[in-house]
Write a protein of this length. Structure first.
Length: 183
């Protein structure tokens, strides 16, 4: 019965923290690619993150035109999530390990965001190509900086865009590499 509570607690902590960290990272990525912030989904992301990010921005300046406060918030949330997960499982870890592990967790999460965004873009192109939707517009904005170089390396062949396969291979290799570096 004890194992159930540890598993259930881990699941709840990972889910709740993970969803909010994804929203914060999406806000950073949308600003990074200069996506349309009048998009309804962008507005949701802004409204969900503004209560915490607005006070943080007063203290933390931007860095090279990037929203440093959203990255720091995502990092702090990831660090707290890792502390809670390791404590719940009764695993003693050093704060230095948690700092390092949290960086790896965030990098992995960003790679998965790109992986699933490109997967969604591929599926949408098969099911309903060429139609406008606020979600597809944001997915396109996020994935285009990654897809553009891949299309230069592997241009469309007879109307078939195989560049997502190249990007999936690179993303999967990076997803395998990050844990070996960040433990």
């Amino acid at each position: 019965m004890d194992n159930f509570f540890v598993s259930a607690g881990s699941y709840l902590i990972s889910t709740l923290f993970g969803l909010y960290i994804i929203i914060v990272l999406l806000r950073f990525l949308l600003q990074l690619v200069r996506a349309d912030f009048y998009n309804p989904l962008s507005q949701f992301i802004v409204k969900a993150t503004s209560p915490i990010l607005t006070p943080m921005r007063r203290v933390i300046p931007g860095l090279f035109g990037l929203d440093a406060s959203s990255l720091i918030l995502a990092y702090i949330l990831q660090y707290i999530e890792n502390i809670l997960l390791f404590a719940l499982r009764g695993i003693p870890v050093s704060p230095i390990f948690l700092l390092w592990h949290s960086i790896g967790s965030l990098l992995t999460l960003i790679l998965y965001i790109y992986f699933f965004a490109i997967l969604a873009q591929v599926i949408i192109s098969w099911v309903n190509p060429g139609t406008y939707n606020p979600a597809t517009a944001l997915i396109h904005h996020i994935t285009e900086p990654v897809m553009r170089p891949a299309r230069r390396i592997l241009p469309p062949f007879s109307g078939l865009d195989l560049s997502p396969i190249l990007v999936f291979i690179v993303l999967n290799l990076l997803i395998m590499l990050v844990p070996s570096i960040f433990g």
